[in-house]
Design a binder for this molecule. Structure first.
Ligand SMILES: NC(=O)c1ccc[n+]([C@@H]2O[C@H](COP(=O)([O-])OP(=O)(O)OC[C@H]3O[C@@H](n4cnc5c(N)ncnc54)[C@H](O)[C@@H]3O)[C@@H](O)[C@H]2O)c1
Length: 357
């Protein structure tokens, strides 16, 4: 198996990429370099994992031919430029969410990808874990039947201390609020299980913290398959939970409630009757445990790079999540229902910034 060399840029969540995504797979990845503008962080993480190559220069890593993968874990406002630069340098690229802060930006990335030597994998690590992957297998096997209704809740807590980091809470640097930074994960999980959205009505508000971007949001979706889904998220919940509850004709699914691990077991998978249960047992009876989050997403990425499987998360997936955010913002600003697809004609296509009233 060929070992790919990785440079991690940004050592906040970048540390979790190392711990969960790369260290468990020494036969697949070696973190060769780290980059951060914060020297103290750079030295702490470098010492912790014995990584010799430490730099404050992103450009230096792009020019380094011994690095295969550039893993971007910097603040959101930097992602677009860094992704484009890394693709132009011929690297494979991993990028934290949000990939960028507008559909225009994603479309530029999609264009750049067409001419790139390397592949780009956005991060959506919540898709991985026993609970969500069992649900996905049951839905894909056609057992769940007609989707009726879904409820998706991202109830997290973020206080003033969290927003003391200068890039957070601002349109310019965070790019959006709870919809973009926190609830994007659960919304991606729902889209992954319930399919594409047809129409959106949404409202956003800033009620918890003194910040520019929203920290509460609610949306009502009509899915293309006719199902109705409600999204609800806040950064002011005194008990942090993440929860999806999806009702299909033959099966009701409810995720586990761990705020940052809703993909893990135990999921409630409730069959309508014994015959449905027998079909479920058939498809998940021989279940082999899958590691949650980055551990599995990065393993699949390595398989893809070695020609052994599909790219686990694509720019198209990131675009779909960003399109939903765009529709919710547009609906909240205009008071109107928004039909998808959202394209260049949308007033929110190029930027999400709130309308000045
Ligand atoms: N997937 C997840 O569950 C998850 C969780 C947390 C954060 N994130 C995402 O990861 C990104 C980073 O968030 P964070 O919480 O780690 O932020 P953070 O502020 O803790 O860390 C970002 C790091 O990037 C460094 N940095 C900034 N500009 C840089 C540059 N030009 N070159 C090199 N380093 C630079 C900073 O010094 C800082 O150490 C954001 O996009 C965020 O939304 C994702």
């Amino acid at each position: 198996m060929s070992v790919k060399t990785v440079a991690v840029i940004g050592c906040g969540i970048g540390r979790s990429h190392i711990v969960e995504g790369y260290v468990p797979h020494p036969d697949r990845f070696r973190v060769k370099a780290i980059c951060d503008l914060n020297e103290e962080r750079l030295q702490t993480i470098g010492d912790e994992f014995g990584i010799e190559q430490r730099t404050t220069s992103f450009k230096e890593l792009l020019a380094d031919e011994s690095i295969d993968i550039i893993d971007i874990c910097t603040p959101p406002g930097l992602h677009l430029e860094q992704v484009l630069d890394a693709l132009a340098a011929g690297k494979h690229v991993v990028c934290e969410k949000p990939l960028t802060g507008s559909l225009k930006g994603v479309d530029r990335i999609i264009e750049a990808e067409k001419h790139a030597r390397g592949a780009l994998m956005p991060i959506f690590q919540y898709r991985y874990g026993d609970g969500i992957e069992k649900a996905k297998r049951i839905v894909e096997a056609g057992i769940a039947g007609k989707p009726y209704v879904g409820s998706v809740e991202t109830f997290w807590l973020r206080t003033g201390e969290y927003y003391s980091v200068p890039w957070r809470g601002k349109w310019e640097t965070e790019l959006g609020g709870v919809l973009v930074t926190h609830a994007l994960h659960l919304h991606d999980m729902m889209l992954n299980l319930m399919g594409p959205v047809a129409k959106v009505f949404g409202r956003v508000a800033t009620r918890v913290n003194d910040i520019e971007v929203e920290d509460c949001a609610s949306a009502s979706l009509l899915m293309q398959n006719g199902a109705l889904v409600s999204l609800s998220c806040t950064l002011g919940s005194q008990e942090q939970i993440s929860r999806l509850r999806l009702h299909f004709e033959n099966v009701t699914f409810e995720s586990s409630h761990g705020a940052y691990t809703p993909g893990k077991d135990p999921w409630k998978i409730i069959a309508a009757n014994d015959a449905v249960q027998a079909r479920i047992d058939e498809v998940i009876g021989d279940w082999q445990p899958v590691a949650p989050r980055f551990t599995t997403q990065m393993a699949h990425f390595h398989d893809f790079l070695c020609g052994k499987g599909p790219l686990p998360v694509t720019t198209k997936d990131a675009r779909r999540a960003i399109e939903l955010v765009t529709a919710i913002y547009q609906s909240s600003d205009s008071g109107e229902e928004i039909a998808l697809p959202v394209g260049p004609e949308s007033p929110k296509y190029a930027t999400w910034r709130a309308r000045t009233r």
